[in-house]
Design a protein around this ligand. Structure first.
Ligand code: NI
Length: 193
């Protein structure tokens, strides 16, 4: 089932999400719904708070970047297995020189901005079977994880922008919270004053 995505302004996006336990009610269905919701919105990642659940869970699928329209491998071929579920994830290391990359977010339709982040991370997480992993990621994969991991701490990519840049976006962000967007997927709005 496609779930409505919470738009900028919804208080759930500002909350720190809680760890979950094995046997969390409805988890399997939630994960399936999140994939369906993410694909319907052409997203690369989706965090549970974006569908109104303040739990430490996000999904990613960057595998489409591994091939071009003819099915041939691209320079991002290493992303072909980058379809994953992350439960109770925590970034335990982050290093390297910050690099800019233009990020967007399904909760902030129509806005893309260059965000500075470090290129390498180590992530501790549980997979769908609640098996523990500690894994290193870099480049685009690290970037997607850093963005989604932020959602679990109530942080949005616009929070990383320089103060002036952010101030210039205030009007647009308020408009989004009030439903002024031409996004082609289902959103749920909580208007900001
Ligand atoms: Ni996002």
């Amino acid at each position: 089932m496609i779930l409505p995505i919470r738009a900028y302004g919804d208080p759930v996006l500002k909350k720190v999400a809680q760890d979950i336990e094995p046997g969390h009610p409805g988890l399997e269905q939630l994960i399936a719904d999140m994939f369906e919701t993410m694909y319907a919105a052409s997203g690369v990642g989706l965090a549970a708070p974006q569908v109104g659940q303040s739990i430490r869970l996000f999904i990613v699928d960057a595998s489409p970047f591994a091939t071009d329209e003819d099915g041939n491998p691209t320079e991002d071929e290493h992303l072909k297995d980058f379809k994953k579920v992350f439960i109770n994830p925590y970034i335990v290391e982050e290093d390297g020189e910050e690099w800019p990359f233009e990020e967007g977010c399904l909760s902030i339709p129509g806005i893309r901005e260059a965000v500075q982040r470090q290129p390498r991370i180590v992530l501790q997480y549980l997979d769908e079977a609640f098996k523990e992993h500690e894994e290193a990621f870099e480049g685009f994969a690290a970037r997607v994880i850093q963005h989604e991991h932020d959602h679990l701490d109530g942080v949005l990519f616009v929070d990383h922008l320089p103060p002036l840049r952010r101030r210039l976006l205030q009007g647009k962000l308020r408009d989004i919270s009030r439903g002024k967007t031409d996004a082609q997927y289902k959103l749920r709005f909580t208007p900001l004053k």
